[in-house]
Ligand binder design. Structure first.
Ligand SMILES: Nc1ncnc2c1ncn2[C@@H]1O[C@H](COP(=O)(O)OP(=O)(O)O)[C@@H](O)[C@H]1O
Ligand SMILES: [Mg+2]
Length: 479
């Protein structure tokens, strides 16, 4: 049973009110407590307490009163004039179909009641079939989500150690599975997901398409010695060699020899039509390039598992993890790009995917200012977001920062219609203040949230105001 905690004060509107607490209630009502306002003008309104204040005119610090004189003398001033208030951020009016926007002015002196652990106000928010975590401090209050917005994409933000990866593993992935999505997880570090799931594919066993391999080696060799020039016979020859010889799945030394010999053969054939010194230059540049294209470098691309196999495996097993721990940045981006290109092509052919792509450490793929391969991965993430809304691909991005240098690319971020925001980095204070001013969440509280706590906001949230949620983890055994 909800317990009465106070009365609405003068000055309430349809979306905002202040409650004056009954005596002693200040010891129970907390920031983020959920309450019901019994509006004397009609309806029962669900609201959340944000921003409490204790007021005692006797001890105003800005003027001299008898109370201040008492305090100065080391005595306790009268508390007769003391009272406590809380700002109430309205979620909506309770109807038979869940909560709806409240349109009636909240009458002053309307009674406010606080829900207890036994109540479950979450049921007012809608269908509780699909839920995520639980409301702050209330393990029984599972928070409902709107399934139809899952493929409007999800962003999870918070500093390192705020609990993003745990939240994803304990809550987001199970939610996606229950909603009928198969899941591919890109595990950048290889330690957040790979140890916990059955089907794990190591990075270097993935087949990276020729296009991406060419891009990688072009960047490694400064365009095969032709940086910035349009005509590039060496690159063209290498590209043909990639396509004409069977080099994947071979020993690195063998693969390298095959590619070199084929590229050289192609160049020599074309050399018949040019001056001999031009032909010499070509071969020199090919040789110089192959000093960079070492066995070690090639080894990164000898994998044979194709993107369609990864897709099929995810469909069959429900969830697969790509372990990207062994590999350099460009190689990781290359493998991701290959998978992304395949998914994009399927959607362009109007295939419905019912698939989620979970990308931890997302700023690696879509940084604030992308360069090199990251430009391609950033663009393809944006394309996948657009197509995904029509063809059932949900993009889930985890990032330690929201905006600016540590953040996610702004164009990508605009596509994330649901956000979970944990403890943020001080560099994101400005971002926090924007949120704070729209929802009465204090920027301080965003900077100091404990691990595993997230504000849930956006399309998937049935409440128009963000809700503070958390989740339980199983105690982990020490090694
Ligand atoms: N809901 C939670 N309750 C208690 N501890 C948590 C919770 N979520 C995360 N943690 C702790 O926080 C640590 C960091 O979490 P992690 O998900 O790795 O952070 P991030 O991915 O944001 O860097 C974990 O090792 C875990 O012990
Ligand atoms: Mg993490």
């Amino acid at each position: 049973m909800a317990i009465p905690i106070g009365l609405v004060s003068s000055g309430a509107s349809e979306s905002h009110a202040t409650v004056i607490l009954y005596d002693n209630m200040e010891k129970m009502v907390q920031n983020e407590s959920l309450v019901l306002i019994r509006n004397k003008n009609g309806g029962e309104i669900l609201a959340v307490c944000r921003g409490g204040r204790g007021i005692n005119e006797n001890v105003r610090a800005t003027g001299f009163t008898p109370g201040v004189a008492y305090a100065r003398a080391g005595r306790v001033p009268s508390s007769a004039k003391e009272y406590y208030t809380f700002e109430l951020e309205v979620i909506g009016v309770v109807t038979d179909n869940g909560v709806e926007q409240n349109k009636l002015i909240i009458a002053p002196t309307s009674q406010v009641e606080m829900f207890t652990d036994e109540d479950n106000p979450m049921k007012y928010l809608g269908n509780t079939e699909l839920t995520i975590g639980h409301y702050w401090g209330k393990p029984n209050w599972k928070v409902p989500v709107l399934k139809q917005y899952i493929n409007y994409h999800i962003g999870i933000f918070g500093v390192t150690g705020s609990g993003k990866s745990y939240f994803t593993r304990y809550e987001i992935i199970p939610l996606l599975r229950r909603a009928g999505y198969s899941v591919i997880v890109m595990d950048w570090k290889g330690s957040d997901y790979a140890p916990y799931y059955d089907t794990v594919i190591p990075l270097d066993s993935i087949k990276v398409d020729d296009y991406t391999v060419l891009k990688y080696f072009s960047s490694l060799t400064r365009d095969f010695g032709y940086r910035g020039r349009e005509e590039n016979p060496v690159s063209a020859a290498f590209e043909k060699a990639l396509r004409r010889v069977e080099w994947r799945g071979k020993e690195p030394s063998e693969a390298r020899r095959l590619l070199y010999e084929k590229a050289r053969e192609i160049l020599e054939a074309e050399a018949r039509n040019v001056k001999s010194e031009t032909a010499r230059l070509w071969i020199d540049r090919l040789n110089a390039s192959f000093e960079e294209i070492t066995e070690e470098e090639l080894e990164k691309f000898l994998g044979t598992i194709e993107p369609w196999e990864i897709y099929a495996e995810a469909k069959e097993k429900g969830i697969i993890v790509i372990d990207m721990s062994k590999g350099e940045e460009d190689q990781k981006l290359g493998a991701f790009y290959a998978i992304a290109r395949y998914l994009k092509r399927l959607m362009e052919k109007k295939q419905r995917l019912d698939m989620a792509l979970v990308i931890d450490e997302a700023p690696q793929y879509a940084p604030w200012q992308p360069r090199g391969l990251a430009k391609e991965t950033t663009d393809i993430i944006i394309d996948m977001c657009a197509l995904g809304r029509s063809y059932g691909l949900s993009i889930v991005l985890l990032s330690q920062g929201m905006a600016g240098e540590i953040g996610l690319n702004a164009a990508v971020r605009r596509n994330l219609n649901t956000q979970f925001i944990g403890r943020i980095h001080p560099l994101d204070l400005e971002e926090a203040q924007k949120l704070a001013s729209s929802y009465y969440i204090s920027a301080d509280s965003l900077l100091t949230l404990p691990q595993g706590h997230f504000y849930f906001l956006g399309r998937m949230n049935p409440s128009p105001t963000p809700l503070l949620i958390s989740f339980e983890i199983e105690e982990e055994k020490d090694e």
